[in-house]
Design a protein around this ligand. Structure first.
Ligand code: ZN
Length: 863
């Protein structure tokens, strides 16, 4: 199933692909679909190569009119092609298999109405699961899809949906009710040239809401939003269209190239692994972005950013595409950077850079401090390398470094370079240097040293101020000191800013002075600050231009702790939050100090995403970083505090909802479980808080994990909510039952019996990990190491990654898990580097936690 970069290069040297005509029959039952591919391509005469086709059965292979023996040329993954002509026509007639892992052509049955919903997900190498294809991004071609499906379905692909033509009715098995199904055929226009990984097919009785806009070149672009019939009532299409329109206008102006495709459909599809996928003109999204219950505003904002991220890919990724997956990071980082910029400058989400700082940068810093971190530009030798590289370096560090690059060359110059790039490379493939060349020309800055330091080395630097004063308030020296970790000793050039903040008469922390400068090497003097009076708080990396950890001087830290909630702006406050979080993770400051800081300030936090991230970090601190002897009581007092905060929060506020959910997740003693019960049963009502469908599940799972509710209650709740989400939540709840039997059952179903589709498996893993009494999970450490190599060898990438990362034995935190990991890694050797990498990342979390616990243990309680 692998493909190496060398194989891809060799194949690209031999071939140039003209077109594919893919005919699919989606009326053949629950397991397989018919797939016929006709490929026209040029080749070096006499050459041999292969086409990718992951098939259930191959019925016929015809190359230039000659029938080949399928059993000889196909191994179910590749079809060998020998003695090619200058111009070739290949026909492959095969059966493809529906997937339930979110990879390839995924099939889902809605429990509400028994309707079948399909969608394709092809990145990285899964278009070959739907049709025969030379699957690599630089072999672009035109794709024509002809699809036969039940007549009542909607069928969506990259080209606008044509009028279907009736086909013969068959006695079908496409719905679980059986019976005779009227069929129709949709014959789509060929697409413009594109890579196979951005082609798409979404089919089923999806419902549609339409709109349109006018593109920069005057074309009418039809817009569509799609969802399953049973979810459509919850789709707020107007909000999605509004963000989409803002994005179109912003990108067309910034990029200087009109939207490249004929229409823009956005489809919410079931059991989707990622947030979304940038199929050209047919973007798919996870259904968690359809809000059937109230969600945190952070999630609404995240959806907006995701809409803008995918839209940016229509230019960067789909119109101009990386030659090979080693530039995947640039694809993702560009979309991530541009979506935040578009949100901040062209939508209501004007504080999007605060969100970016809180969410993206904490992801990037975490990933970049793992022992498995890697340079942004990493060698990608094969498909396995690509799949594990959808990580915090590719998305979050890359985007952070692009932000730094924009500060370095200037935003106007950056965009001018980007416009040139699109103008020159539309519809083709590129490499990093193609973009850097344009940025150098536009900015006049030489980026070779910059690129070397930032893109070709790993690790994160720390910036801290070094201040001297004459004994009074006046500073006699000011420098920024840069350090690097021993494993990654590179010091880098940073464009950064220093902010001076003072507490004003109204008690607010207000910026009174700012300098912007280049920092390089170990120590950068800042003469323009010498002679000034020392302010209450000094922030290096003000405005968050740099990608670096930040430390505060002692004075400033003291101010920050007293006045964190008093920052006038959310971005500097978030930078201080980030700094205290790093110091906690790094074992520099005690975990319980962080707990106290969060509890004392979170109610005043204005940014929903920051609240969400702080609550997540609070959970991690409680479970992993607080000293073992204090953990139980710290969790209990944190749960009490969160319930108090929920009761005090403004009626119906975002804070109220987030505090209630976090409280429920932690609730463990009798009084707390009584409070959860009261919320669920209506014994206590919080003003403005609706106990809606999803919140009911959260509260029920909390009661199940607390031993208060059991199987019958779960079944009853599923009766009330017999939907796909209800089924997932019920599965999570069953795995959260605090008995050895329930944990063993969840484990066996996931690991041994491979029972679940992707989304249900994910829920079961989450439920399994819910355990107030962590000794329930201890027996699974050995089972984990006994199982995972086999899991990795036999399950798809997505499914095995869920298992390997999700079930890693990090509860309870223990040195035994580290020892077991080391023994496993010793015997694994370098057989499967991608598996090795995931396991090492799990190990590092535990090692970090052990160090943080030691730091927290060392705290002597002050009376
Ligand atoms: Zn993306």
């Amino acid at each position: 199933m692998n493909l190496t970069r060398d194989e891809a290069r060799a194949r690209a040297d031999l071939l140039s692909v003209d077109s594919y005509h893919v005919s699919l029959d989606l009326t053949r039952g629950e397991t397989v679909f018919g797939t016929t591919t006709v490929v026209r391509f040029a080749a070096t005469t006499g050459a041999s190569t292969f086409i990718d086709a992951v098939t259930d059965a191959v019925h016929r292979v015809t190359l230039n009119g000659v029938e080949l023996d399928p059993a000889t040329v196909s191994d179910g993954v590749r079809i060998e092609l020998a003695n090619l002509a200058e111009q070739n026509e290949l026909t492959v007639v095969a059966d493809g298999r529906y997937m339930n892992t979110g990879e390839g052509l995924h099939r889902f049955v809605d429990p509400v109405d028994d309707e079948v919903y399909l969608y394709s997900q092809f990145e990285v190498p899964d278009s070959r699961r739907m049709f025969a294809v030379f699957e690599q991004p630089d072999l672009k071609a035109r794709f024509r899809f002809t699809v036969t499906a039940p007549a009542h379905w909607a069928v969506v692909s990259n080209s606008p949906t044509p009028e279907p033509v009736p086909a013969d009715a068959i006695t079908g098995t496409t719905s679980s009710t059986g019976g005779t199904v009227a069929r129709a055929t949709w014959d789509f226009e060929p697409t413009p040239v594109m890579s196979s990984y951005v082609t798409a097919l979404v089919a089923g009785p999806y419902q549609r809401i339409t709109s349109e806009l006018t593109s920069a070149d005057g074309r009418t672009i039809p817009l569509g939003v799609f969802a399953r019939t049973s979810l459509m009532q919850y789709v707020d299409a107007e909000d999605i269209f509004a963000i989409t329109r803002a994005g179109f206008a912003f990108y067309e102006a910034q990029f200087g190239t009109p939207y490249p495709f004929a229409k823009y459909d956005q489809l919410f599809v079931p059991e989707f692994n990622a947030g979304a996928m940038e199929n050209a003109g047919a973007v798919t999204f996870t259904e968690t972005y359809v809000f059937r219950s109230k969600v945190a505003q952070a999630t609404v904002e995240r959806r907006a950013i995701t809409v803008l991220h995918e839209l940016a890919h229509m230019w960067f990724g789909d119109l101009v595409t990386m030659r090979w997956w080693n530039d995947l990071w640039l694809n993702e980082s560009f979309a991530e950077f541009m979506s935040t910029l578009a949100a901040a400058e062209a939508t209501e989400y004007t504080t999007a850079w605060t969100t970016f700082s809180s969410l993206e940068k904490s992801w990037a810093y975490r990933q970049d401090q793992l022992p498995t971190t890697h340079p942004i530009v990493a060698p990608i030798n094969d498909l396995e390398d690509v799949q594990v590289n959808f990580d915090g370096i590719t998305y979050a560090k890359g985007a952070s470094v692009l932000k730094q690059l924009v500060a370095w060359v200037g935003q106007e110059q950056f965009m001018a370079g980007v416009r040139e790039y699109f103008g020159k490379h539309a519809w083709s493939n590129t490499e990093l240097t193609d973009l850097l060349t344009e940025l150098e020309t536009a900015s006049g800055r030489d980026l070779s040293a910059w690129g070397q330091a930032w893109l070709e080395t790993a690790g994160v630097n720390t910036l801290a101020p070094a201040i001297e004063s004459d004994g009074g308030e006046v500073m006699t020296s000011f420098a920024v000191v840069q350090t690097a970790p021993a494993d990654h000793p590179t010091l880098r050039p940073h464009r950064t800013a220093i902010g001076f903040y003072d507490v004003d008469d109204a008690g607010r922390l207000v910026r009174n002075h700012r300098v912007e400068l280049d920092v390089a090497g170990e120590r950068t003097e800042v003469p323009e600050l010498v002679g000034l009076e020392r302010p209450d708080l000094i922030l290096v990396n003000d405005d968050d231009l740099a990608y670096a950890k930040v430390r505060l001087d002692e004075n400033s830290l003291a101010t920050a702790k007293r006045h964190l909630k008093n920052f006038e702006q959310s971005l500097p406050r978030t930078l201080v939050w980030n700094s205290t979080w790093d110091a906690t993770r790094d074992g520099e400051s005690p975990a319980r100090d962080y707990v106290d800081l969060v509890l004392a300030n979170i109610a005043a936090e204005t940014d929903s995403t920051v609240v969400l991230v702080l609550l997540r970090q609070l959970m991690q601190t409680l479970y992993q970083y607080v000293a073992e002897d204090h953990r139980g009581e710290t969790i209990e007092r944190t749960a009490d505090a969160l319930l108090r905060l929920a009761r005090q929060a403004e009626a119906g506020s975002d804070h109220q909802l987030q505090f209630v959910k976090s409280f429920a997740a932690l609730a463990r003693n009798d009084e707390q479980l009584d409070a959860v019960t009261a919320l669920l049963d209506g014994g206590e009502t919080l003003p403005g808080l609706t106990i809606d469908t999803d919140l009911r599940w959260d509260l029920l799972v909390a009661l199940v994990a607390g031993g208060r509710r059991g199987a019958a209650d779960i079944d009853a709740e599923y009766e009330r909510d017999a939907t796909a989400t209800g089924a997932r939540m019920a599965a999570m709840a069953r795995a959260a039952v605090p008995t050895p039997e329930a944990k063993a059952e969840a484990w066996d179903a996931v690991v041994e019996r491979a029972e679940f589709p992707n989304a249900v498996q994910q829920a079961v893993i989450a439920g399994f990990k819910r355990a107030h009494d962590e000794s329930l999970l201890t027996p699974f450490t050995d089972k984990y190491f006994a199982a995972i190599e086999q899991v990795w060898a036999t399950r798809t990438h997505e499914i095995s990654e869920q298992i390997v990362a999700g079930l890693y034995p990090n509860r309870p935190i223990s040195a035994d898990a580290v020892a077991a990991t080391d023994a496993f890694l010793d015997q694994l050797g370098d057989r499967t580097p991608a598996l090795r990498r995931l396991v090492r990342e799990g190990r590092d979390d535990v090692v970090r936690a052990l160090a943080a616990r030691e730091r927290d243990t060392a705290v002597v309680a002050t009376p």
